[in-house]
Design a protein. Structure first.
Length: 73
């Protein structure tokens, strides 16, 4: 996937923040749990894309985690 689609929020990647397991840790007030980038990307990958890459704009936290992993490598 082109980096530009991640930067423009046009990747179609599912937003991990919409996953019930992620939300549950926030709702429970479990501030001690620190999600790793790999865990967050895995949560997102368990869901189908929300649309085809480049089709439209939709904010997704997953884009920024993916970008961070790319920069880190």
């Amino acid at each position: 996937m082109p980096i530009e689609l991640l930067l423009r929020q046009e990747s179609g990647l599912f937003d991990f923040a919409s996953d019930d397991r992620y939300s549950a840790t926030l709702s429970a007030g479990d501030l001690r749990h620190a999600w790793t980038p790999a865990e967050l990307l895995a949560l997102a990958a368990e869901h189908p894309p929300t649309f085809a890459p480049g089709e439209r704009f939709e904010y997704s936290n997953t884009n920024y985690v993916a970008l961070a992993v790319i920069v880190e490598h």
